[in-house]
Write a protein that binds this ligand. Structure first.
Ligand code: IPM
Ligand code: MG
Length: 339
């Protein structure tokens, strides 16, 4: 990694403005020497200028080492092109890596899993139903699902590498009993798992959703096409206790974007109550990607400590504000660094 990293910082819309500044402060608190390059894109910009993202924004991002991203509102408007999807595609961020781990503390939310679990969803991030091959006619609309050999091989390889660093178990999630494109994805994943000596099993996506809720502790690494990964990651966030705790990394061969799994949450935006931990843990994933493992571990310890202390935002049944939680994370980090 270059001596001073350049991080494109995109707050985006809604609570993105509230959770990204704490994540940036945490990166500073752990001592990362980086150049913060703010980039304004999103729905707010679209309303003001008619463009949600310009080519020049992408050029600024390309000139950085990676992106820290908040959230962007995507309206149900056929003329609006999702900013996030454009960035993922143009920067070829093909692997969406989403870790889900149970907390050690009780949280006051209804669907939390009973047994401890720790698994990662590896979601293909550039093709599938998100491939943008779509048409709207007068009496029908089509979205073409594109699954390629290259796309399947590289996502399977990413998942296998992660599995080998963990419990060496891969679950290939598909719907090959109905969709030929899934049959293709399945076969490529099986070949890659075999070539890499990774133990694998397979699950149909509907059964996977059911079993994740019943027995998430059974799983280690899941690999799946784009839309299935999108849906299963929200299911998994409910098992953790809140979307507000779930980070993600969108990784390509040389570039990456780190973002909370949650969206811009317009319903709570501007109230100062959004949970900043998903964004802070996304900053942790940025550090892992950059090879700064000690700094990353320090963030994880700080987050665990703050949750154990019961400093929780409303999504976890607490009363702390965004500021309270981020202050507590930063205070812990500073305290440890003084020791
Ligand atoms: C996600 C989001 C995005 C997706 C939206 C905002 C385009 O739901 O990252 O999970 O569908 O991928
Ligand atoms: Mg989603």
């Amino acid at each position: 990694m270059v001596s001073q990293m350049k991080v494109a910082v995109i707050e985006g819309d809604g609570i993105g403005h509230e959770v990204i500044p704490p994540a940036v402060d945490v990166l500073k608190a752990v001592g990362l020497d980086f150049n913060n390059v703010p980039v304004e894109v999103g729905y707010g910009k679209w309303e003001r200028t008619g463009h949600a993202i310009d080519d020049s924004d992408l050029a600024v991002m390309r000139d950085c080492d990676c992106i820290l991203f908040g959230a962007i509102t995507t309206p149900n408007d056929p003329n609006y092109q999702s900013v996030l999807l454009r960035i993922r595609r143009e920067l070829d961020l093909y692997a969406n890596v989403r870790p889900f781990r149970s907390l050690n503390i009780p949280v006051d939310t209804p669907y939390v899993a009973r047994e401890p679990f720790d698994f990662i969803i590896v979601r293909e991030n550039t093709e599938g139903l998100y491939g943008s091959k779509e048409e709207i006619g007068k009496d029908r609309a089509t979205s073409t699902r594109i699954i390629t050999l290259k796309g399947s091989e590289r996502i399977a390889l990413t998942a296998c590498k992660l599995a080998k660093e963990r419990d060496n178990r891969l679950t290939i999630v598909h719907k090959a009993n109905v969709l030929k494109s899934c049959g293709f994805f399945r076969e490529v994943c099986i070949d890659v798992a075999r070539e890499n000596g990774v133990r694998y099993n397979e699950m149909l996506v509907d059964a996977m959703a059911y079993d994740l809720i019943l027995a998430p502790q059974k799983y280690d690494v899941l690999v799946t096409p784009n839309l299935f990964g999108d849906i299963l990651s929200d299911v998994s966030a409910a098992l953790v206790g809140s979307l507000g705790l779930c980070p993600s990394a969108n990784i390509g061969d040389t570039y990456a974007l780190f973002e909370p799994v949650h969206g811009s949450a317009p319903d709570i935006a501007g109230k100062g109550i959004a949970n900043p931990l998903a964004a802070i843990l996304s900053a942790k994933m940025l550090l892992e990607w950059a090879g700064e493992r000690e700094k990353a571990n320090l963030i994880q310890r700080a987050v665990d400590h703050v949750l154990e202390k019961g400093i929780k935002t409303a999504d976890l049944g607490g009363q702390a504000s965004t500021q309270n939680v981020s202050d507590a994370v930063i205070a812990y980090i500073r305290g440890i660094k003084r020791l």
